[in-house]
Design a protein around this ligand. Structure first.
Ligand SMILES: *[C@@H]1O[C@H](CO)[C@@H](O)[C@H](O)[C@H]1NC(C)=O
Ligand SMILES: *[C@@H]1O[C@H](CO)[C@@H](O)[C@H](O)[C@H]1NC(C)=O
Ligand SMILES: *[C@@H]1O[C@H](CO)[C@@H](O)[C@H](O)[C@H]1NC(C)=O
Ligand SMILES: *[C@@H]1O[C@H](CO)[C@@H](O)[C@H](O)[C@H]1NC(C)=O
Ligand SMILES: *[C@@H]1O[C@H](CO)[C@@H](O)[C@H](O)[C@H]1NC(C)=O
Ligand SMILES: CC(=O)N[C@H]1CO[C@H](CO)[C@@H](O)[C@@H]1O
Length: 341
């Protein structure tokens, strides 16, 4: 075949082949393109330009190139989770000013090196960003999150990201004034010092800090002061003294919560003489929690064997409590027995 003919054939065929790799479906007014786990290594360029959702989850994309989404100006949702993305060029998100949701969880993006300060600039309408489950074991030096890159996301309401051993959230986070929900998922946390969250929005009402079980976490008691509107707090599976977890509730005296999930905090692997796994709830430990009107309270798997008089079950407003979970504790009911009945 003469060379020029081949070139023509290729140019006609390539777009056809590439758009075949994605399913295009329509739901009402929403047009969805879904890459079918076929090991796509780049963002396909020849899909219909009016798609609203592009789902490339579970493939082998490694780099996002400048203008990768240039043709798709109508995108509202972009799902890139479970790829191998480790590099994003500076203008990769050019044109995505309608995007609401960006999911890049489970990739290899390094928070310290992958985020140029202008990378998110086009995403003026982004409300939901997930870059969790990307972190590799960091060293324990103070870890400066790329706050300048995040600072442009003024519409952001939900953010999911990873937690370093000793995090520092700089002043760029102050610009995320609409942030309501903050989730830290893959977690190497060691220290939460006073002021650690000071640059986050006071609008935050949900904090999930889950599965931090590689270290015995130290948390200062006033870390939640910046979040007066908190109603959902989940520390499930984060190894720390239950006493400390109960102390960080100090800003919420007399407030209402939908859920407080403190299940699995007392991790047996970190049990030492000073903070034994087996513990008795004291009146002092309950001083803040007892004043909080909480609907769902989970204290499961904490090695609780007993509780003092006027502690665990003596809430100021017991009527608030709809469900309380204690499974996996080993109450001996020496003191608590008569209060349980
Ligand atoms: C995206 O594609 C994956 C794999 O095909 C699928 O499991 C998932 O439900 C799709 N949609 C979203 C919103 O993730
Ligand atoms: C951003 O979102 C708002 C509210 O959903 C909408 O009115 C506006 O048109 C969007 N902007 C762009 C550029 O799509
Ligand atoms: C992003 O994808 C992950 C799965 O990889 C899922 O757990 C998470 O809920 C998604 N995030 C958003 C904001 O949809
Ligand atoms: C928060 O921002 C201020 C500047 O406004 C900065 O001095 C401070 O160190 C920041 N806090 C953290 C925890 O990084
Ligand atoms: C607390 O978290 C654990 C683990 O995710 C979950 O199984 C449990 O249902 C949660 N508790 C409540 C009350 O939702
Ligand atoms: C066909 C193919 O290579 N599919 C891959 C898409 O990407 C996921 C995650 O990287 C792989 O597990 C699949 O094998």
């Amino acid at each position: 075949m003469p060379f020029d003919k081949c070139v023509i054939t290729c140019f006609v065929l390539i777009p056809f082949v590439i758009s075949l790799e994605c399913d295009i479906t329509t739901k009402g007014k929403v047009k969805i393109a879904e890459g079918k786990n076929i090991g796509l290594t780049e963002v396909p360029q020849f899909l219909p330009t009016d798609i609203n959702i592009l789902n490339l989850s579970g493939n082998n994309t490694e780099n996002l190139y400048n203008n990768a989404f240039g043709p798709y100006r109508s995108l509202k949702e972009l799902i890139l989770k479970k790829n191998n993305i480790h590099h994003i060029e500076e203008n990769s998100f050019f044109g995505l000013n309608r995007l609401n949701v960006l999911n890049m969880s489970e990739n290899n993006l390094n928070l310290l090196h992958s985020y140029f300060s202008e990378i998110f600039l086009p995403l003026i309408n982004l409300t939901n960003l997930d870059i969790g489950r990307n972190i590799q074991p960091p060293d324990t030096n103070v870890y400066h999150y790329p706050d300048n890159a995040f600072a442009v996301l003024e519409e952001l309401s939900t953010l999911q990201l990873d937690m370093a051993p000793n995090p520092s959230f700089g002043k760029g986070f102050q610009r995320l004034k609409k942030l309501q929900s903050l989730t830290f998922e893959r977690c190497y946390l060691k220290y939460l010092y006073k002021g650690v969250f000071e640059n986050f929005s006071s609008e935050i009402h949900e904090l999930n800090l889950i599965g931090c079980h590689l270290h015995f976490v130290h948390a200062d008691s006033d870390i939640l002061l910046p979040f007066p509107k908190m109603i959902k707090l989940n520390l499930e599976g984060t190894c720390m003294r239950l006493q400390q977890a109960l102390n960080i509730l100090s800003p919420y005296r007399g407030k209402k919560f939908t859920i407080i999930n403190f299940s699995g905090l007392s991790c047996p692997v970190f049990s030492i003489d000073k903070y034994p796994y087996v513990l008795t709830i004291t009146k002092d430990m309950m001083q803040y929690l007892k004043t909080i009107c909480v609907e769902l309270l989970d204290l499961s798997d904490n090695g609780i064997v007993d509780f003092e008089e006027n502690s665990l079950l003596s809430f100021d407003a017991p009527g608030c409590l709809k469900h309380i979970f204690f499974k996996g504790n080993r109450f001996a009911f020496l003191k608590g027995d008569k209060w349980m009945n």
